[in-house]
Design a protein around this ligand. Structure first.
Ligand SMILES: C[S@@+](CC[C@H](N)C(=O)[O-])C[C@H]1O[C@@H](n2cnc3c(N)ncnc32)[C@H](O)[C@@H]1O
Length: 459
């Protein structure tokens, strides 16, 4: 009973929930702590914690230092680091070059490995860093881990995934530790932030290009995640990115965020709000006779359409989704064509307007019910809506429609990774077999990679 009251207060203050094993740890901690403080019982301890004063603040520090998990290491999650290095950071650098500002926040950074890893990546990608105004902020609820982060001293275990290029930034220090070079250390600032209680955006934490918050939400209860996500959305620039640990946002409403899928990870992106142009809705097409199974369409009817298809693809690549809709809905000679509906669906999905996207997909599928790319896009939408089982089913359907549709194998491979290892391996094997049949320079828009690069990653 008393433990329940403590657990409730802990969740309210930090967002943290205790697993069964954590509960034993919490019981022992409370027993010892009450004795140390010479308190008569839990009620007086809870009273102390509920007060809004320095004593309560200090006591919360003792609690988070005892009960949180500070595990971290350099370049944690190679796949996500790859996405950051090859996609997200280059895009942000290009986008921000005119004003030369970059604002990055590692929220729940523990002992600093994560923000320092980001600094090392940026150092590599931005040779003219000194001409830029770059903020790399690391924050955590726990003062003790922040002190360690500022000191920049690490064990070899923290560098277990680092190659020689990163190790070159470390010097041997006392007690067998390695000291991070001051040139990198001074690029990162640290600050205490309780993601749940600290109000942000504030004077420093605002207009972020990228928030990295990994392996923090796994310890949070649902309501706390929702609260913090809302605060993150307010803190991101429009089109700014949020990276969490894998699967940490499953089942979460993603208000104000859209998903971007890479082979290695899902990344969330703040939608542009408000949308400046409201595109007119597509009229639902009359249902047609089923298209013969062998007919695979998408290509053109005449030169004008081809030209417009190229324009839509260009607009889509430069993230001008409203432009794609304008072409799809006004310029194509046949507005009730597969192309018009398919491209509208793609654009709506990228704008986070999933209902309109699904309507357009249904319209496109009514014209070609064997379109693997439609099922593939639909799977993305389901994934964005956290309906992973539907996403898997739709990807399998895409494969049934076109057994050589490589993006569906790659996507399924990623979705099966956590829970269904044998299916994950099958998908990987099939994707590899199909990729090796392609010319190495074959380009996959969905993954922004050539066939040979995907093969390399899969190996
Ligand atoms: C497992 S570490 C993650 C470190 C790093 N992000 C990584 O992935 O390697 C989780 C961190 O979240 C911090 N944390 C837990 N609750 C928090 C809260 N309410 N506000 C801020 N940080 C919190 C913990 O103190 C801990 O350092």
């Amino acid at each position: 009973m008393e433990l329940d009251a403590f657990k409730g207060l802990l969740t309210q203050y930090t967002g943290l929930t205790l697993t069964d094993t954590d509960q034993d740890k919490a019981r022992k901690f409370l027993h010892n702590r009450l004795a140390e403080l010479k308190l008569t019982g839990m009620p007086s301890y809870l009273h102390r914690l509920a007060a809004n004063n320095l004593l309560a603040d200090q006591e919360w520090q003792v609690i988070v230092q005892a009960l949180t998990v500070p595990e971290s290491f350099f370049l944690r999650d190679k796949g996500q680091m790859h996405v950051l290095q090859h996609h997200i950071l280059p895009e942000l650098i290009q986008r921000n070059r005119p004003h030369r500002q970059l604002r990055i926040w590692s929220a729940g950074c523990s002992t600093g490995e994560e923000p320092y890893s980001l600094a090392l990546l940026i150092q590599k990608l931005l040779p003219d860093w000194h001409d830029w105004e770059v903020l790399i902020l690391g924050s955590d609820i726990n003062d003790k881990v922040l002190a360690k982060a500022r000191a920049g001293l690490y064990s070899r275990w923290s560098l277990r995934d680092a190659g020689p290029e990163v190790l070159a930034y470390f010097q041997p220090a006392a007690q067998g530790l390695l000291s991070l070079d001051a040139t990198i250390r001074e690029k990162v600032s640290f600050r205490r932030v309780n993601l749940l209680q600290t109000p942000f955006p504030d004077l420093e934490i605002n207009k972020m290009d990228l928030i990295v918050c990994r392996n923090v939400f796994i310890y949070f209860d649902q309501a706390a995640i929702t609260t913090v996500l809302e605060k993150f959305v307010q803190t991101l620039k429009p089109e700014g990115f949020l990276l969490t640990g894998h699967g940490e946002l499953y089942q979460q409403p993603l208000q104000g965020l859209q998903t971007r899928l890479y082979l290695e990870s899902v990344v969330y992106q703040r939608t542009i709000q408000p949308l400046t142009v409201t595109p007119p809705p597509l009229s639902a097409p009359p249902r047609r006779q089923a298209t013969p199974a062998t007919h695979v369409p998408v290509t053109t009817v005449n030169g004008a359409t081809q030209d417009n298809l190229a324009k839509m693809a260009r607009a889509y690549r430069s993230a001008d989704y409203v432009g794609v809709l304008a072409i799809a809905q006004t310029k194509l000679p046949q507005q009730d064509s597969f192309e018009a509906h398919y491209w509208s669906a793609k654009a709506f999905a990228s704008l986070g307007q999933y209902l309109s996207a699904e309507n357009s997909l249904q319209a496109a599928l009514a014209l070609n019910k064997r379109s693997a790319q439609c099922y593939y896009l639909w799977a993305h939408i389901k994934e964005a809506l956290n309906d992973i089982e539907q996403a898997k089913a739709l990807l399998n359907k895409a494969i049934v429609m076109d057994e050589k549709f490589i993006p569906a194998y790659l996507e399924l491979m990623a979705l099966y990774e956590q829970d269904e290892p044998s299916k994950h391996h099958t998908m990987r094997k099939q994707a590899l077999a199909l990729l090796t049949q392609l010319p190495p320079e074959h380009y996959f828009d969905d993954f922004a990679a050539h066939a040979h690069e995907l093969i390399q990653q899969l190996h």
